[in-house]
Structures are given as structure tokens and as C-alpha cells.
Write a protein that binds this ligand. Structure first.
Ligand SMILES: [Fe+2]
Length: 308
């Protein structure tokens, strides 16, 4: 099915939401939540936010300027377990171990690891399900892009769908750190002691939407099981080329106080580096995950759905 035929495309305002104004931004991915503050959210509005997220993949809320406590509460709308990042800088000293500080200076220009297409922390057995990211300072041009992982799968030709449905991929945090040249010895030692290397199917069944999603990125992905390094690289390139199709993407130019909420299994994202000479990059992220949800696939059922 062509992604434009999917039932999420609505032009104007999606009237099925009334706790806020919900404006879809493309036919495939992304919506803006308007006339709403992401603090002290009641259960009805929280339910609508979650519904909107599963439908549109990434939500944008402008001019929020949440406090640290409010940002943590916003993360809890999407799951009871919040990530405590194990090697990244957090606000643990201020009482918020759940808040990851994403901070880059001009001197970090060659070390950024965000300018690759990836899902976050896929080396884990239970990767993040939903991320809530607030911008505080953003360099000129440091946008973020998201692509729909379900549309990426939908837009594959049928023989490639069958091929990817059959694959499992090794995700490895140490490999990621070495490959992207950001691991100090201390970080590498820490990563190798943690359970941050797991295998996941190359296509997963989304736990909320039931859609099949291409689950391939350029971060933790080390090798397709059973393939040579060269064969694996070629197949991964096909998957990455798929998420680079502009029709499947949305790009957000940040203003301080903006928030993006994204579905980390149903979308893949890319942090455009921007010009760190103009100002530093400072964002704060909380992420919800669940010990009950791992990327998984009912392979026989998925193949049966594709038909002969
Ligand atoms: Fe990321």
C-alpha cells in the first residue's frame, strides 16, 4: 500500500481530537498540537495525546518552556518507567536523573553522533518507546528530521518486504561508540559492562499501532545475522535509503521552548548538525520505556498478511 492511502492523512485540523487543536503537517508523518500546555495534563487529554502520537509518529508543541519537573511529568504520560541514561550527562545532581542533557559546543563539531538516521538506544533489550525533547538553545540550522518507519516498510516493493521480514540484526552499543568515534575509555568500559547489545528483527510489529515498521538505523546496527559484513552493509543501505525518501519525512526547525514527542519504534530520526559556531546546542530529553515491550515480530503472521 502506498503510504498516502493510509488512514492517517488529514488536511487542516484533525477533528477527532478536542483537548487541543491537532494540525497534521504532512500526509504521512507529524502533527502540531496547538492551544495546549504540556503541564498538569488530565487523563482525557493524556489519552488523546497518546492517540495522536500513535497516529502521527511525532508531535510538536511550541513555546512550552517546561520546568525540569514538568518535563519529567510529561514523560510519565507515556509510560511509568523513565530512562536513566547510563553514560550521557543527566541532571541527577539536581534531582532529575531522568533528564538527559544533550549539549554540544563548537569544539564538539567533529564528534556529533546525532547526524545519522537512527532509533534511540536500540542496543537495549527494551529500547525507549517515547521520547519527549525540549529545546533550550539551538544553533542556526540545527533542525531535527523524522521519517515514518511504518511508511518506510509500506513503500518497499513486495520482494524486499519479504526479505526484510526474514532478517534479524545485531545491535551493539560498543560498536556504535567506536564507529562514531565518541567513546572515551571510560564510556567504552561502561558500555561493555551493560546489557546494551541485543538482536532485534529488521521489521517489527509496533506494540500500539500493530503496523509493521522497518527497524534499521545507522547507530547501533552492527550486522545482519547470517550475512557477511559486505552483504549486511548493502542490505542496511537499502533500508537506510528507504527512510531518506522525502515523502516519508518531516523536518522541524527548533525555537527555544519547543517540544517534540516521538514514537521511537514507529519513527527514525536524524539531528541535523547545524552551525555550532553560532551558539551551543542544549536540549533536555526524557524517555519512557517498558520492561514488557521489546521490538518483536510475529513473522509467520506478517508474511501471511503480505499474501503470495
Ligand atoms: Fe536520537
Amino acid at each position: 500500500m502506498n503510504a498516502f492511502e493510509a488512514p492517517r492523512a488529514v488536511e487542516g485540523v484533525d477533528e477527532t481530537f478536542n483537548a487541543f487543536e491537532l494540525a497534521p503537517l504532512t500526509p504521512v508523518i507529524g502533527a502540531e498540537v496547538r492551544n495546549f500546555r504540556l503541564a498538569k495534563v488530565d487523563e482525557s487529554a493524556a489519552d488523546q495525546l497518546r492517540r495522536a502520537l500513535w497516529r502521527y509518529g511525532v508531535l510538536f508543541l511550541k513555546d512550552q518552556h517546561l520546568s525540569h519537573a514538568e518535563l519529567v511529568e510529561a514523560g510519565r504520560l507515556f509510560g511509568s518507567e523513565l530512562e536513566h541514561h547510563t553514560f550521557g550527562k543527566t541532571l541527577a545532581d539536581e534531582g532529575y536523573p531522568e533528564i538527559l542533557v544533550i549539549e554540544q559546543f563548537e569544539s564538539d563539531r567533529s564528534k556529533t553522533t546525532t547526524d545519522i538516521w537512527h532509533h534511540d538506544v536500540t542496543g537495549r533489550k527494551h529500547p525507549n518507546l517515547v521520547s519527549v525533547l525540549q529545546a533550550t538553545e539551538v544553533p542556526f540550522g540545527a533542525d531535527t528530521m523524522w521519517a515514518s518507519a511504518s511508511a518506510a516498510f509500506e513503500w518497499l516493493p513486495a520482494p524486499l518486504k519479504r526479505l526484510f521480514l526474514d532478517l534479524d540484526i545485531d545491535h551493539d552499543a560498543v560498536y556504535m561508540a567506536l564507529r562514531h568515534d565518541f567513546g572515551s575509555k571510560e564510556v567504552l568500559d561502561k558500555l561493555s559492562q551493560m546489557d546494551e547489545s541485543n538482536s532485534h528483527p529488521a521489521v517489527i510489529r509496533h506494540p500500539e499501532t500493530g503496523q509493521l515498521c522497518l527497524f534499521v538505523g545507522n547507530g547501533y546496527v552492527k550486522r545482519i545475522k547470517g550475512f557477511s559484513a559486505e552483504q549486511s552493509e548493502q542490505l542496511i543501505k537499502i533500508a537506510l535509503d528507504q527512510v531518506k525518501i522525502p515523502e516519508l519525512q518531516i523536518r522541524h526547525s527548533w525555537q527555544p521552548g519547543d517540544i517534540a514527542i516521538w514514537d521511537n519504534l514507529g519513527t527514525v530520526h536524524y539531528g541535523v548538525a547545524g552551525d555550532l559556531r553560532s551558539r551551543k546546542r542544549l536540549l533536555h530529553r526524557v524517555a519512557a520505556w517498558s520492561p514488557n515491550v521489546s521490538p518483536s515480530l510475529d513473522r509467520e503472521q506478517a508474511l501471511a498478511e503480505l499474501g503470495p
